[in-house]
Design a protein around this ligand. Structure first.
Ligand SMILES: *Cc1c(COP(=O)(O)O)cnc(C)c1O
Length: 379
């Protein structure tokens, strides 16, 4: 079955009791027992809720896993994934990661005794050199945000598994429509469902999917213990978003590719980062592990002031820290999405103040291009 069909017919799309084709929202915290000794399938919504279970099953099916878990935000899901580890564990983390994840692993997790090492995962040899006997985890994001650097998921996970290292990948930018890391060897996938899965900038959510029963029972324990679960109504919003993921992603990707090509021809632009461009370092690798380049690109202007003038001169894209929505969103990563990185790390990664990230929405290509053009002319 193709992904377009699967998004609409994951197998659980019709409610068994009523025939509803849109999952019922079970806005209830407790599910009454028949009597004191008979505990039903559902008890208390933090431990399990039928609406959440439908979403969790859907994302598990789409990612090619068996077990899904829905959280109140992407960061809540990422924190829960890191709870697979314990104090003293050495955990390798790709240094090209979302700014909020950077904050979590560098400033919060060390308080609990996690030994985090940030590494460049683009080079397999770097990963090999960083592995120690006490290494338990490897956290990845590909293509990375905001520079779209590509990590070889098959090679890196094969190496990790030789050392019994659990691999986790953030698949927010690609979504299961374009990339399914579990099929490439990754143990657990995390998402900010706030982005493409929701697609409408109206719901904060996160998910974890795994095919491993062992990891699933750990994550279930963590989810119930911490309690950062996704509320029933938000679960429904994410399921509603998922139904149109194919058409949104295809359209946004198509426009993103054309915008990336067009920006490459402009004299004001220093470099364009988009995995489908011929000159992108990881193009063939990326296209060997994903079905397309997605809807996010970034590019450099001459300097900080030009980037500011350009962003302020745009009319269509919203200025904001998010991505993956129906409206285009423009970000200055150095102060917005990646403002929580140290200045030194931003410099190492190339997230300088002339770098602009653009998440392409559903506006017409001609209108977006005209808007970009007038903003460039206004610099
Ligand atoms: C937004 C984002 C997150 C964090 O998700 P929230 O839903 O905002 O908590 C994590 N990873 C990536 C790649 C993101 O873009």
């Amino acid at each position: 079955m193709g992904m377009g069909t699967k998004l609409i017919h994951p197998g659980n799309e019709v409610d068994e009791t009523t025939g509803a084709v849109s999952a019922p929202i079970y806005q209830s915290v407790i599910f009454a027992q028949k009597d004191l000794d008979t505990v039903g399938q559902w008890e208390y919504t933090r431990s399990g809720n039928p609406t959440r279970a439908t979403l969790e099953e859907t994302v598990a099916i789409l990612e090619g896993g068996k077990y899904g878990f829905a959280f109140a935000s992407g960061m809540a899901a990422i924190m829960a994934a890191f709870c697979l580890f314990s104090a003293g564990d050495h955990i390798l983390v790709a240094r090209d990661i979302y700014g909020g994840t950077f904050r979590l692993v560098t400033r919060l997790l060390p308080r609990f005794g996690f030994e985090i090492e940030l590494i460049d995962t683009i080079d397999l040899e770097n990963v090999r050199r960083a592995i120690r006997p006490e290494t338990r985890g490897l956290y990845l994001e590909t293509p990375s945000n905001p520079l779209l650097k590509v990590t070889d998921l098959r090679a890196v996970t094969a190496l990790a598994h030789e050392h019994d290292i659990i691999t986790i990948a953030d698949n927010t930018l690609m979504t299961p429509y374009l990339q399914r890391p579990l099929e490439l060897g990754v143990d657990a996938v995390v998402h900010s469902a706030t982005k493409y899965l929701s697609g409408h900038s109206d719901c904060l959510a996160g998910v974890i999917v795994t095919g491993s029963q062992h990891l699933a029972s750990e994550i279930r324990f963590v989810q119930n213990s911490i309690g950062a679960v996704l509320a029933p109504h938000e679960c429904w919003l994410i399921m509603r978003g998922i139904k149109t993921l194919k058409v949104r992603m295809e359209q946004q990707q198509n426009t993103a590719g054309r915008i990336a090509e067009w920006l490459s021809t402009r004299p004001e632009i220093g470099a364009v980062y988009y995995p489908a461009l011929q000159n992108h370092h990881g193009r063939s690798l990326h296209l060997s592990q994903a079905g397309g380049a997605g809807g996010v690109l970034s590019f450099r202007l001459a300097d900080e002031e030009s980037a500011h003038r350009f962003i302020d001169g745009l009319h269509l894209p919203a200025i904001g820290s998010s991505l993956g929505a129906v409206e285009s969103i423009v970000t200055l990563p150095s102060t917005m999405s990646h403002g929580s990185l140290t200045g030194e790390m931003r410099q190492t990664l190339g997230i300088s103040r002339d770098l602009v990230r653009l998440s392409i929405g559903l506006e017409d290509f001609d209108d977006l291009r005209d808007d970009l053009e007038q903003a460039l002319n206004g610099i």
